[in-house]
Write a protein that binds this ligand. Structure first.
Ligand code: NIG
Ligand code: FE
Length: 394
């Protein structure tokens, strides 16, 4: 070990997501400890066998898990759509049409207004145990406004996603081919330097989003520009999104609310993670995705918040875990795994989402004796990031 080390001990339950520690996906260890050096996990094991370290933190029997990996958010926006939410709760359907009002508000906002909101939301997430967040553009929809969104997003995360193909903006109504040409041409060229990922809202059943051929064009152009792929797929109805994502080797197909048998088969046979966003079903009063069908088929499942002002204005991964358990019948183990290791897989990250030697020491403490409390005590702020002294890397 080099540099100052910290021993975290008194861990009543340690979620490692390292299956070599025991039965089940979480690799649970009771009465555990771990040592952190230079921001990485340097040792994991029974508290009674822990080595000495420069600093010692005793958690008094609380739970430790890897930080939540929120692999799907839209945090760069202005405006408020609480009236749209209230109308939905009174019976109106969600079809993505409200995105236009956020686009209008976002275009009018100053950089500082957007930055302030983005930082508040990112801080909210951190305070609740999210240690890695993906952030999409998609509320600018001009070359300049999409670049601006991605530059701002880069201030809070490396996991930035170009979503110029979120909807067809009002000024291109009836000319979606021309808008796709803009997205795949000058907009992509200007945005690619600030993005790791490209995404598209592939939803032929929405009058505002993109059909299969348009989505393919966006994804192929993004890939040719050096970006990796993720897809908003099958949120509002069945469609080509999931199979396109699998065919093109996307890291993740997100939403997956309406799936055919062949969609499930494709996911099970491919390398694409199914990222479920139960905050969106909660907030649009839609049927939840069938997580059991996906898990039963052997599909890798992730959970994320989809934090955005329209369909899911929550920053809480703990809420998503609770919804996944209560409403989607995931076990507590499956849901916690999906919110940590699953999110890491959806971002093709191998340094986060687990707590084995060499992994980033993104530690979250639960004020509770076991991970089940995340769902057992819904709405209670149990999860906090563990701040260690000394240099920590993100
Ligand atoms: O993931 N589905 C498309 N995009 C977002 C919703 C954005 C909005 O309504 O503002 C989603 O749910
Ligand atoms: Fe989304």
């Amino acid at each position: 070990m080099t540099g100052p080390s910290a021993l975290v001990t008194g861990i009543g339950e340690l979620v490692t997501n390292d299956a070599s520690w025991g039965p089940g996906p979480l690799g649970l260890l009771a009465d555990a400890a771990l040592v952190v050096t230079a921001g990485r996990v340097a040792w994991v094991g029974a508290a009674g066998r822990a080595p000495d370290a420069d600093e010692r933190i005793d958690l008094g029997g609380r739970t430790v898990l890897p930080g939540f990996v929120d692999s799907h958010t839209h945090l760069v926006f202005a405006g408020d759509r609480s009236a749209e939410f209230a109308a939905r709760m009174a019976g109106r359907r969600y079809d993505g049409g409200g995105i236009a009002s956020t686009v209008a508000a976002t275009r009018q906002a100053s950089d500082d207004e957007l930055r302030t909101r983005l930082r508040v939301l990112a801080a909210e997430m951190r305070a609740q145990g999210t240690t890695t967040v993906e952030v999409k553009s998609g509320y600018g929809l001009t070359v300049e406004d999409e670049v601006r969104a991605l530059r701002l997003a880069r201030e809070v995360t490396e996991e930035t996603t170009f979503l110029g193909a979120h909807v067809v903006p009002a000024e291109y109504a009836g000319r979606s081919d021309e808008y796709v040409a803009l997205v795949t041409g000058p907009m992509l060229a200007a945005c690619a330097p600030y993005a790791r990922w490209v995404d598209v809202f592939c939803e032929p059943s929405s009058p505002h989003a993109f059909d299969g051929p348009a989505a393919r064009a966006v994804l192929e152009a993004g890939r040719a520009a050096g970006l990796e792929l993720r897809v908003h797929a099958n949120q509002l109805g069945e469609g080509p999104g999931v199979q396109l994502a699998v065919e093109l080797g996307a890291a993740s197909a997100d939403h997956c609310t309406h799936l055919s048998d062949s969609d499930v088969e494709a996911l099970a046979g491919g390398t694409t993670v199914a990222t479920l966003l139960p905050g969106a079903e909660f907030s649009t009063r839609s049927p939840y995705p069938d997580a059991r069908r996906l898990l039963g088929a052997g599909v890798t499942v992730a959970l994320a918040t989809d934090c955005n002002p329209g369909s899911s204005y929550t920053s809480s991964m703990a809420l998503c875990v609770a919804l996944a358990v209560r409403e989607m019948r995931m076990t507590t183990e499956e849901a916690v795994w999906a919110a940590t290791a699953g999110g890491a897989r959806a971002l093709r990250r191998f340094d986060i989402g687990h707590l084995a030697v060499g992994a980033r020491a993104h530690l979250v403490v639960l004020d509770a004796p076991s991970h089940s409390h995340l769902a057992y005590r819904p709405g209670v702020p149990l999860a906090h990031p563990l701040q260690l002294d000394g240099p920590q890397s993100s």
